[in-house]
Design a protein around this ligand. Sequence first.
Ligand SMILES: [Zn+2]
Length: 649
Amino acid sequence: MITQKSIQEVINIARVEEVVGDFVNLRRRGVNMIGNCPFHDEKTPSFTVSPSKNIYKCFGCGKGGDPVRFIMDHEKLSFPEAIKFLASKYRIEVEETEDTEAQKEQKLVTDSLYIVNEFARDYYVNNLFNRTEGKNIGLSYFKERGFREVTVRKFQLGYALEDRDDLTSSAISKKYNIEHLRTLGLTTRNDVDFFRSRVMFTIHNVSGKVVAFAGRTLSSDKKQPKYINSPESEIYNKRAVLYGMYFARDAVRKEDECILVEGYTDVISLHQGQIENVVASSGTSLTREQVNLIKRYTSNIKIIYDGDPAGIKAALRGLDIVLESGMNVKLVLLPDGHDPDSFLTEKGTDEFRNFLNTHVEDFVFFKTRVLMEEAGHDPIRKSVVIRDVVGSIAKIQDTFARTLYIRQCSVMLQIAEEILVSEVNKVIKAELRKKKEEQRSGEQVPEMSREEEWITPKPVLSQEPPEFVQNDAWQERSVCSVLINYGHKIMEGDENLSTAAYIIENVMEILQYFDSDLCRRILEAVGHELAAGHTPGHNWYLGHEDEEIRTFAVNALSTPYVYADWERKETFLQTQKMPDDNFVRDAENAIFRLQLRKSNRIISELQNWLRENMAADNTGEEYVVNLKVLQVLTERRNELASKLGTVTL
Ligand SMILES: [Zn+2]
């Protein structure tokens, strides 16, 4: 593990304009710098870098954070990896602590598994190139398929001999652990080689480590399965691996598109034909993990399927998962009797590319068209199709895109748009209800805001308080925004009081009445820090482990005046000075306003209680106490109101 000291050192030295500047062409604009966002496609720059706050924020796609976050998002690295990345940029020596015994042991096992797999890969490759059986059967098969030697070597293709235990005995003679061979599925329980008489495909993870193998039989024996695969192990989760991703990832990022095919040989063939942004889900239907893996590099996915009915069905199965992840899905259907490999071999790269570009279809429309054609004039089957399509549209995350799909599909399905809208809404609501129930039953489900998203369009910037918000979340957010922006600064007139301490002192007693869970969490966390003698600065929020807190902080730091607008709405009379000059007043005002809202709320609750209990018992102890509380609160409320220069009714 990297020591806290090294992490701090990197965080303190990394300058956002330098780190981002390595990847984005930045121009100065006032105190900030702007450029084209590297995370979404844009023509006019909305990607803003603030050197003084050491953060970046894109007003187009919403991505933002500190230099470490930028490297994590841009280079797809974990936190420790990003720290190391920046450390090497700034030539800082990274200190690491020793792993615990358990961690060491686990690492040792995992490392050994990789080492054994590497041995097996080298063994299979050696068979293919240097042993008679491998050369005669394996290599000649690959050559027949048109694979060049450089391609065969790059993808580390190999051959497993017919012999019953050649791999196993050769591994044992080299002192490899038989248990590891069994774990990896290279050796069966009877100490026989698992892969025999097969050409071998090496399966890598994204960082190029060997995690598994697939063996294809060349025999015409129908009882033999065409492909057999390594079993899952500590290093191989087949749901999370895409064949060829290691070789494809740079091209996928560059082309901003990932082509998905079905077979290993399709990947290799396209790659050899200079189409390198291609991966395979290896026969299984696409999993969520695989989609997430692609999403790390691009949000555009083009699926190439064979023209047979089974291929089409498979294509439709994978659809909803991809839509749900917010990816753009396109589909290309090859002419009957062709797979990508054969089609490319016959037509050549240029014609193949041309075909992809001219025959690409939107996935939802494709599904609608194909299913409608299949249903014909049968009204029952047609209604099944409509339901199916409605289900897919409901999975589309982007509201705007969803509206467009509904419009187009209503034409294709010959059904009124309003009906489709209401059907899609029903599905979304049902899903939402299901999610809420799952949440209630304690299952961890990411929070969804799709209901709001559907009923009321999301504001572009979160500066407008939504009209329908009846609670105090907006004021609570203002307090947190001031806290994050200026918490580390010292309050005027009191050398020992930080703004954070001042805010925390003043909100602690109303914290239980907070409407926003997130704001309460932020304030509580800051309270803990202060109690431990640490006043959080910008970096503390930006590097916080809670993603919501991080995101909130970026937004607060890029748009500090979140409450400027509701101020007018609530007829507060005051003029703002230049930002940063008036943080003391900001802090006070934000707190006063929140206290005022809370007081008003508690007062009205108290009044209701007193009204209800007046007749029953107006001399009881509780009644008297509450009456007293009401008086105190009302006085305080009026005081707050006069400080804020507002008139209370
Ligand atoms: Zn962006």
